[in-house]
Design a protein around this ligand. Structure first.
Ligand code: GLP
Length: 268
């Protein structure tokens, strides 16, 4: 894991945007994995600005989102399709036909839908860079604690903690889905690079468990310890429970030196 600690959330978003821009500008047909939640919103804002200022084109990019709620359709403002259109896709030159979420409409077989999503990712050539947030309980996507570390795209039942963390986004009388389709942890681990963004004190414990805790299904994000290219972007508050912060800062100085001498090397 490469742990990079920034002063604030804005710097986390700027650095994440640099990673995305580097991939898109380097690869002919880049495949991005995308996340929802409040954390990546500022990343998407920066990507829109890069597009508007001519620094970035999404014309040849395909996107696969981590998860989607069950029981609401894509026209519903609470759907993750709506979130992605609103925060990114409607504002850049991406072909919406190349943007995918793991949906399962009423009457569709979730097992077949999950398999089809896995196939679609494979057929695209696989995800180059997967953006991730983290839940306060350590979930990635909607892989709640006790999810198999080898899981693939499927239905998950959301935990009480996740439901209550996300209830702030729903009106009092609004239907809040309790089920979702989500890429599995195995699906996420297949991405060539994973870039996890975490900001704010409420994420500090989950970040500590992810980075220094045991590899455990009780903290799904700890599976990233097994990933060859996991980059963890944190603000100071999210990093506050990590003991070895000086080491991470020092290691990054060394990485920068190597990059300066030999050039940036990302094996997409
Ligand atoms: C949601 C999403 C996750 C997201 C997490 C944190 O439930 N399914 O992909 O990373 O919760 O969200 P936030 O960034 O709003 O804290």
């Amino acid at each position: 894991m490469q742990i990079i600690i920034f002063d604030d959330a804005q710097q986390v978003a700027s650095n994440a945007a640099e990673w995305v821009a580097e991939l898109i500008n380097k690869k002919t047909n880049p495949v991005l994995g995308l996340a929802t939640g409040s954390t990546p919103i500022s990343l998407y804002k920066q990507l829109v600005t890069k597009y508007q200022t001519g620094q970035l084109s999404f014309k040849n990019t395909s996107c696969f989102n981590l998860d989607e709620y069950l029981g609401i359709d894509e026209g519903n403002p609470q759907s993750y399709r709506h979130f992605m259109n609103d925060n990114l896709f409607n504002h850049v030159d991406i072909d919406k036909g190349n943007t995918f979420l793991p949906t399962c409409a009423q009457g569709q077989n979730p097992r077949e839908q999950g398999l089809a999503y896995e196939e679609k990712i494979k057929y695209s050539g696989g995800i180059d860079l997967q953006i991730l947030g983290i839940g306060a309980n350590g979930h990635i996507g909607f892989n709640e604690p006790t999810s198999s570390l080898a899981s693939r795209t499927r239905i998950k039942t959301l935990t009480q903690q996740t439901l209550s963390d996300n209830s702030r986004l729903f009106d009092k009388d609004e239907f809040q889905p309790t089920l979702a389709m989500t890429m599995g942890i195995g699906t996420i681990l297949d991405a060539r690079y994973v870039l996890l963004m975490a900001t704010g004190k409420s994420k500090a414990k989950a970040v500590q468990d992810m980075v220094t805790g045991p590899l455990s299904s009780m903290c799904p994000a700890s599976a990233l310890q097994m990933h060859e290219n996991a980059i963890i972007l944190l603000d100071k508050a999210a990093a506050s429970q990590l003991e070895d912060q000086n080491y991470y800062q020092w290691a990054n100085v060394q990485n920068l030196k190597i990059n300066q001498e030999f050039g940036l090397y990302h094996n997409y």
